[in-house]
Design a protein around this ligand. Structure first.
Ligand SMILES: Cc1cc2nc3c(=O)[nH]c(=O)nc-3n(C[C@H](O)[C@H](O)[C@H](O)COP(=O)(O)O)c2cc1C
Length: 431
């Protein structure tokens, strides 16, 4: 079942290998990073998210700022959601209807000021559901996740679209946990008229939508399509004077066009069924961080099994695909060393060095308790990002560290797992 198969070519063209990273070193202009924040004109009304209102908290726990890092000549902010290289190439928009604390409308999530920008008030008969071709509507939130690939391609070149999609998956994962905390519905839509919605938001070719998440309740009221009379904002302009040095990347733009064509799809109706202590989970979501270094400590089998239980829960969406979870056990008490899939050891032995090497020689891969490789015959990177987010939260919940690993030797991972799959993502957990 290969719904996203058109991305296969892009995937092939953006593999890392021992040879490619040495023969084609990446040259980066470190002095000019693109802006990580998109801001609309101050003429639009803002609603502050630092309020005691439940819906403000719900939104804050999706993408709010949770830490600040200061370096000699720069400072940057870390968020609820992780991001490859902390470049945050995604933006979030949403429609809200009949929710406490917010006028019905279309909003942009303005991360820099911890607020949301009201782009348009909704009249009673209007709804973006109609633009999506639906003859029903939703009370609640409908999120739209976009990518501004230049924020990432500036550094990661052609491989950046993978990171945009994985990061989008992490945002979807954040929405999943925040929806669980605040008793809201959660369902993903990948198949929608993306070009049409891009147009409605007045995007130029620098920004495009990749997914929708519904955190609301369906009702039978049909709405009229809406129009948005908003400015086109360059969300990649450089921080100094907002000058744009945007460089078009044709390989990524083609990959986006290819990703739009969904040939065949299978709906996943089942929902995840979590049993977390909500206070502890909320604290975990707020404090989530990527571990930078492990100290070679082990975790217990019970901890590992409870993490796997979260990872294997269904993800409700309109296009579900199988993502296989392979894992190299390095330090789990009571589990023999080796490569596993679905609880079965498929290759016995000490693979620590190998796992570290495969993650582009990053120590994280070998000093971990477990190193994961997510593989698929289709290329739904966003689903891999969601699974990655579940791994972060379920590990951090147990005080176990986690890090995403976007760089690995693609073909050599396939050799290890003995499958000619697309390797979508790697991650490591441990202490
Ligand atoms: C898709 C993705 C790929 C990543 N790849 C790596 C990696 O290869 N090596 C690494 O040390 N960290 C990696 N990270 C972690 C990021 O550097 C980290 O999320 C970012 O610096 C923000 O910090 P935080 O997660 O603590 O908020 C990755 C994160 C994501 C989401």
């Amino acid at each position: 079942m290969t719904h996203f198969h058109e991305l296969f070519e892009y995937h092939q063209n953006t593999k890392h290998s021992y040879f490619s990273v040495r023969s084609n070193p990446n040259r980066i202009d470190w002095n000019n990073p693109p802006n990580r924040f998109k801001t609309y004109s101050l003429d639009y009304k803002r609603i502050d998210l630092n309020k005691e209102n439940q819906n403000s908290k719900f939104l804050y726990l999706i993408a709010g700022i949770t830490a600040k890092k200061t370096y000699p000549n720069m400072e940057y902010y870390l968020r609820v959601n992780p991001s490859a290289g902390a470049l945050y190439p995604n933006e979030i928009y949403f429609q809200v209807r009949n929710e406490d604390g917010f006028e019905d409308g279309i909003y942009h999530y303005e991360v820099s000021s911890s607020s949301v920008t009201l782009l348009k008030k909704l009249s009673l008969n209007e709804g973006i559901e109609a633009n999506l071709g639906l003859d029903y509507s939703y009370d609640g939130f409908i999120f739209f996740i976009s990518s501004l690939y230049f924020r990432s391609s500036w550094k990661y070149k052609n491989r950046a679209f993978r990171y945009c999609l994985l990061d989008a998956g992490h945002i979807i994962g954040s929405i999943e946990f925040s929806s669980y905390l605040f008793n809201k519905e959660f369902e993903i839509i990948y198949d929608f008229n993306k070009e049409e919605i891009n147009k409605i938001f007045n995007f130029d070719n620098k920004e495009f939508f990749t997914s929708i998440v519904i955190s609301g309740n369906k009702n039978e009221n049909k709405k009229q399509p809406l129009t948005l009379d908003i400015q086109t904002i360059d969300g990649t302009g450089y921080e100094e004077e907002n000058i744009s040095f945007f460089e078009i990347n044709n390989i990524i733009e083609q990959a986006y066009k290819d990703s739009i064509k969904i040939i065949q799809k299978t709906k996943q109706k089942d929902k995840s069924n979590y049993v977390f202590n909500k206070d502890l989970l909320q604290d975990t979501v707020f404090k989530r961080r990527s571990i930078r270094e492990f100290s070679n400590q082990s975790i217990s089998k019970v901890q590992f099994e409870s993490i796997m239980n979260i990872l294997n829960q269904p993800i409700a969406s309109d296009c579900d695909e199988v993502v296989d979870i392979y894992y190299v056990i390095n330090r789990v008490q009571g589990m023999p060393l080796g490569l596993y899939k679905d609880g079965v050891c498929i290759k016995e032995g000490d693979l620590k060095e190998k796992a570290g090497y495969l993650c582009l020689e990053q120590d994280l891969g070998k000093s971990s308790a477990v190193t994961f490789f997510l593989a698929s015959k289709s290329s739904n990177y966003q689903k891999a990002g969601i699974i990655g987010h579940r791994l972060y939260i379920s590990s951090n919940y147990l005080n176990i560290g986690c890090s995403g690993i976007g760089a690995y030797y693609d073909d050599e991972v396939c050799e290890l797992i003995g499958e000619n799959s697309m390797i979508l993502y790697a991650l490591a957990i441990g202490n």
